[in-house]
Design a binder for this molecule. Structure first.
Ligand code: PRP
Ligand code: URA
Length: 215
């Protein structure tokens, strides 16, 4: 079961053996971009089960081969929003389980000197308030990118907003909690700290570069 963190009430940290083992393989510097891509997508898929727990359903009747069955279907329009580039790596795993979801894109690049994010793309569906929105970025480091992305989504009308990431730092979690206190953040791992370049320790390095083989 994922655990609620007493210091960060909106943070949920996963503690599933499959997720822990896959995150360890992601961290391993010997893991190449092909395996890295597959692992990232698989972990995101495993997390979706918990992240979507509060989604609402409507009744629907289907015919089994034997008789009618009163069942459920998802009642709201779901939107997933990866932060480019690295968020793309988790999106596929989410869409495999929720193929009906729409996909918005936010492009953010972190300035390596100031560590502040620069937005370069904003492509979102117009009616974001029509249902839950899942912001996706594997790394919550200083929190600058995630805070800016969540603000863009709120400004665009998102009401029911949550974020999934793979590795979070205490600094990033705190910054998110301050800027967006009611927004749940789900992470596969909560790491120790940031280094002087804003990288998460122990972390997994540069997620975008490892995902796309650009290092
Ligand atoms: C990485 C990562 C996050 C951001 C996290 O992206 O994917 O978006 O850094 O850092 P922060 O919490 O300090 O803002 P990056 O800007 O390196 O772009 P990329 O995904 O294109 O490599
Ligand atoms: N972005 C990454 O990809 N990795 C980090 O550790 C921090 C920011």
């Amino acid at each position: 079961m994922p655990t609620q963190n007493s210091q960060h009430p909106s943070l949920v940290v996963f503690d599933h053996p499959l997720i822990r083992a896959k995150v360890t393989a992601l961290r391993d510097r010997e893991t190449g971009h092909r395996a890295f891509r597959a692992l990232m997508s698989q972990i995101a898929g495993l997390m979706v089960y918990e992240v979507t727990r509060s989604f609402t359903t409507d009744s629907i009747t289907v015919q089994t081969p034997l008789e009618p069955f009163d069942g459920d279907h998802l009642s709201q329009r779901i939107t997933v929003v990866p932060i480019l580039r690295a968020g793309i790596g988790m999106t596929e795993g989410v869409l495999e389980l929720m193929p009906e979801a729409r996909v918005g894109h936010l492009g953010m690049a972190r300035d390596e000197a100031t560590l502040e994010p620069r937005a370069y793309l904003n492509k979102l569906p117009p009616d974001l308030g029509a249902g839950p929105v899942i912001l996706i970025d594997p790394m919550l480091a200083t929190g600058g990118s995630a805070v800016a992305a969540a603000t863009m989504l709120r400004d665009a009308g998102a009401k029911d907003l949550r974020m999934i990431c793979l590795v979070a730092s205490p600094e990033g979690v705190q910054r998110m909690a301050k800027a967006h206190p009611t927004m749940p953040v789900y992470t596969a791992a909560l790491d120790r700290e940031l280094d002087e370049r804003g990288y998460i320790l122990p972390g997994l390095g540069d997620a975008g570069d490892r995902l796309f083989g650009t290092h």
